[in-house]
Ligand binder design. Structure first.
Ligand SMILES: Nc1ncnc2c1ncn2[C@@H]1O[C@H](COP(=O)(O)OP(=O)(O)O)[C@@H](O)[C@H]1O
Ligand SMILES: [Mg+2]
Length: 296
């Protein structure tokens, strides 16, 4: 283990009072960290993330979105909100996590990663310590942390996926999207053969088509990778999605009664009706795993 890895381990395992953060008054609650990813781009990850966040918030859960799709940071675009701060302000300035989060609709908060994520690798001890203790505070502030990643098989995306408790893998019924989704599952299974991956089929023409796609992915993954995938649901093709994106409004706010909104509400119900839905290893554990995958 190199010096930096040793240092990180110490920081992460420090007791709260040693960290000198101001969370000592909070209980030991841990947030559920869910990464939303896909093999292919443009399949609907950001729309899923934003509208799932709204659906969970409607259920009374406190939700924060971390946007780590570099270059294509578009959570803010879908909300039609220009954030004042990004992850960079947390890393390099005196800003705390409370200050860098931006208010979205319905009590949702979000943070744009920007290029900040790549800079984590180069932080000195003091900055890393501040970063980890600030991120750890998300556990006491939120019930759910949704992470919108980029698409594809890059090391960066893989790190965000592997560090999370749960993964929502978005695909459309297009053969290219399915193939890329399978390639991603294959890569994940090599590193973590027990990862909880939930398949979400977006832009399906019918419920039957969505089920066929999900079944196909589940069958091949179990047969060839010995990895059991879960089916979390589907969102049908709905013109309201395209229209709402143009208006820079999440579709579930644009049209609360449209098919896509109903589908996303079903997904939220399913996600939080699972028996282990209270279990999550939390933001602190997530960030330590993530940094170790980054080689910090
Ligand atoms: N269920 C859907 N029905 C119709 N169009 C959709 C649906 N989901 C996504 N889209 C379209 O696909 C585009 C890309 O979606 P987006 O969430 O930005 O994908 P990603 O984040 O995976 O790149 C949206 O702007 C929208 O026009
Ligand atoms: Mg996106």
């Amino acid at each position: 283990m190199n010096d930096q890895a040793e240092m990180l381990r110490k920081i992460v395992h420090m007791k709260k009072d040693e960290q000198n953060d101001d969370s000592s008054g909070f209980d030991n609650k841990q947030a559920r960290v869910i990464t939303i990813t896909s093999g292919k781009g443009g399949v609907g990850k950001t729309n899923v993330t934003v509208n799932l966040a709204l659906a969970l918030s409607k259920k009374g859960l406190k939700v924060v979105i971390l946007d780590v799709d570099f270059g294509l940071a578009n959570i803010d675009v879908l909300f039609g909100i220009v954030p004042k701060y990004s992850l960079l302000d947390l890393i390099h300035d005196e800003k705390s996590i409370f200050e860098v989060l931006t208010d979205g609709p319905e009590n949702i908060k979000f943070l744009s990663g920007g290029s900040g994520v790549e800079e984590l690798i180069h932080l000195d001890r003091k900055k890393l310590k501040k970063f980890v203790s600030n991120i750890s505070l998300l556990d006491s502030m939120f019930d759910v942390i949704l992470i919108d990643t980029g698409a594809g098989l890059s090391q960066n995306v893989m790190s965000f996926v592997l560090a999370a408790d749960e993964v929502i893998l978005v695909t459309t019924p297009e053969p290219t999207a399915i193939t890329d989704a399978y390639a991603l599952v294959k890569m994940i299974s090599r590193r973590d053969h027990k990862k909880a991956i939930q398949v979400l089929v977006n832009r399906a023409e019918t419920r039957k088509e969505a089920e066929d796609v999900a079944n196909k992915l589940c069958v091949v993954s179990e047969k060839f990778l010995s990895l059991k995938l879960f089916k979390i649901g589907y969102i049908l093709y709905d013109e309201n999605v395209r229209k709402s994106v143009k208006m820079q409004k999440p579709f579930s706010l644009y049209n609360p009664r449209c098919t896509a909104t109903k589908n996303v509400l079903e997904i939220a119900d399913k996600l939080f009706s699972q028996p282990d839905s209270k279990i999550g290893s939390g933001a602190k554990s997530y960030i330590s795993k993530l940094l170790s995958f980054f080689g910090v």
